[in-house]
Design a protein around this ligand. Sequence first.
Ligand SMILES: NC(=O)c1ccc[n+]([C@@H]2O[C@H](COP(=O)([O-])OP(=O)(O)OC[C@H]3O[C@@H](n4cnc5c(N)ncnc54)[C@H](OP(=O)(O)O)[C@@H]3O)[C@@H](O)[C@H]2O)c1
Length: 327
Amino acid sequence: MKAVVFEKYGPPEVLQLKKIEKPTPKENEVLIKIYATSVTAADWRMRKPDPFLARMMNGIFAPKKFNILGIELAGVVEAVGNEVTKFQPGDEIFGTTGFTFRAYAEYVCIPEDSDGNDGSITHKPTNLTFGEAAVIPVGADTALFFLRTQGNIQPGQKVLIYGASSSVGSYGVQLAKHFGAEVTAVCSASNHEWVKELGADKMIDYRMEDFTQSGETYDAIFDAVGKLSLSGSMKALKDGGVFLDAVHMMRRSVQAKFAPKKNNKRILGGTATGLHEDLIYFKELIEAGHLKPVIDRTYPLEEIVEATRYVETGRKKGNVVITVVET
Ligand SMILES: NC(=O)c1ccc[n+]([C@@H]2O[C@H](COP(=O)([O-])OP(=O)(O)OC[C@H]3O[C@@H](n4cnc5c(N)ncnc54)[C@H](OP(=O)(O)O)[C@@H]3O)[C@@H](O)[C@H]2O)c1
């Protein structure tokens, strides 16, 4: 089968299209023919690799544990192991391969009951294409993890989503709105129109206005792109408010430790776990019309290097899809 392999860490050009052996499902595994995948921050962070934690996960000097990237996908079940009961050949599915990656390929095997870090799949929302479904798991699950699990967002709360035009931010706007919050979206003016259509109540252009200086305060500030100053943001939180930090890297962890946290204000980071029940929740929300993916560009698997270069500009709007099978 075709797969994009990386045998050393480095720039996007280390990604190379090769022929490798097609996987065979074990007793408890589902063999998926991948129709679409994506380029996420997790992919480029593991390839660069950035941070050093990536080398700890996948080999200090060269990729060892996995040498195929791609962490989310949509496709069709081609075969199932003898113990599999929930899926059958022909089922259309979407999901994540978790921290085993391997979705930049024509086929992948995932255990039927895996959850979180080992990946997770469920049936694809009926009203989405494969490309649309492939870009749901990571961005939506990250937004859900921060807004519901960490932030416990309640109806009527004031929530600010910083970097609302990112993948995580675009799902964050929709989920916060769905939870009944009053949503302020911060992104550049060129993205205001479509982000507002996702449900934002107020728009701020971060290039023209510093929201931390306006005197307005929020129950939750969700930094979806890791670009906010912690000290300014803490001032813009209400007493008891929470700063939700999607990009909780070493530097930010140190800043968070020393940031002034008066009046029960909290800073919460963490990593979304990609739970199976979350995928089912997204399927329901999507089919009920409460959640949708925003797609900026689509590239064929053969153009993975160009797609990756584009994502690494840090300017994509929503998501970038990689098509493996044209439909
Ligand atoms: N903790 C977790 O579990 C987890 C999981 C997944 C992802 N993440 C992290 O989440 C981050 C977001 O990833 P993503 O793929 O959703 O988006 P992304 O590609 O990193 O974000 C691109 C968007 O950010 C906007 N942007 C750039 N600079 C900005 C700034 N200074 N202020 C406001 N917006 C700005 C850009 O719009 P303009 O250029 O027009 O401003 C563009 O629309 C990544 O760093 C990733 O590592 C964390």
